[in-house]
Design a protein around this ligand. Structure first.
Ligand code: FDA
Length: 307
């Protein structure tokens, strides 16, 4: 119930204004978001890299409604990638991109998002790194996978996210588990109807394991995006079973969530990538993090009440 309420609020303009103008929201935001500027993101990124972690940067933004806004976000990614190229950080940092931020929901949006994503992929290649396409609301999945196919023709290292809560997740993984493919497997953070997604936790977890088996047995590069201790352990065992060395897959977690576990895995020799979001458009991202864990909501409300 609470999760559905928060996910609905993540798309509500009224709730957005209320949360954005609440005086102490920022205390909670900084737990999950690196800051508003590219400089903030790079500072956090440098610290994580010096701790032995890898990064994927996400310039926050989604559900873009104007072409100019899509253009601005594309430019911000190009700027970030130019800086990564100049600092030589491209070998340890990549970028994650939401196609709705690049214009996917506009008229003729798939074409606009594809062209913008192409520009970002070109900048990523110049920086010696890659792009991963985030997966958003279930209504955008087919379009995102079509854009991925187009991008991979020119930029074969472009990655995609598959959400295990989707009933078709295992089928998507089987299609994508080919040579050179990079697949980030997560549980799924949006609200989706029963007809397209599992909703019970145990069903989602079982789907995650089925997808993991497909990806680990395949020829691509699996990226295990989860904080769930049981799935992290199963992932490690499956990697061993399929003879994958530590460089043959990676764990991924969100900035601010289980940071000690991120370090523990990295110190054991695993590749661990931290998803580092930054920018002014943090609202939708924050609401999804609150929806994942009621304890975060308590923390958020306490921080408002204690001032
Ligand atoms: P689960 O929610 O069961 O959490 C397991 C444990 O992790 C919890 O018990 C708690 O300890 C900790 N935890 C999890 N979430 C927390 C939170 N918000 N605050 C504090 N602790 C928390 N989703 C999507 O739909 N599309 C996408 O493109 C992406 N991309 C993405 C990239 C990366 C790198 C990650 C790690 C995740 C995503 N996600 C995503 C989000 C994903 O779908 C999922 O919602 C979250 O990762 C939470 O699910 P877990 O697998 O961590 O399990």
């Amino acid at each position: 119930m609470l999760r559905q309420f928060l996910l609905a609020a993540s798309r509500s303009g009224g709730a957005r204004r209320l949360v954005e103008t609440a005086p102490y929201t920022r205390n909670v935001v900084t737990r999950f978001v690196a800051g508003e500027s590219v400089a903030d993101a790079l500072t956090v990124g440098d610290r994580l890299i010096s701790d032995g972690l890898l990064i994927t940067f996400d310039h926050l933004g989604e559900d873009t409604v104007e072409t100019a806004q899509a253009e601005t976000i594309t430019g911000r990614y190009e700027d970030l990638l130019t800086r990564l190229a100049a600092s030589g950080t491209g070998t340890r940092a990549e970028v994650s991109v939401k196609l709705t931020a690049l214009g996917q929901l506009l008229d003729d949006g798939e074409k606009i998002a594809l062209e913008n994503a192409r520009r970002i992929c070109a900048a990523a290649r110049d920086a010696g790194t890659t792009v991963t396409l985030d997966m958003e609301d279930h209504t955008t999945v087919d379009s995102t996978l079509r854009v991925l196919t187009e991008l991979r023709e020119e930029y074969p290292g472009t990655g995609a996210v598959i959400q295990a809560y989707l009933r078709r997740a295992e089928e998507y993984c089987a299609t994508l588990a080919d040579e050179g493919s990079r697949v980030r497997l997560c549980k799924g953070a949006y609200s989706a109807p029963d007809s397209v997604a599992f909703t019970a936790r145990d069903e989602i977890d079982k789907s995650y394991v089925r997808c993991l088996k497909v990806l680990m047995a395949g020829r691509g590069y699996p990226m295990l995006a989860t904080h769930d201790p049981r799935l992290i352990e199963i992932g490690g065992s499956l990697a061993g079973l399929h003879g994958r060395e530590p460089g043959g897959f990676e764990y991924q977690m969100l900035y601010g969530i289980r940071p000690n576990e991120q370090l523990r895995l990295a110190r054991q020799g695993a590749q661990v990538r931290v998803y580092v979001p930054y920018g002014e458009e943090w609202y939708g991202y924050l609401m999804r993090r609150l929806a994942e864990r009621p304890a975060n909501l308590g923390f958020f409300l306490r921080s408002l009440a204690s001032r």
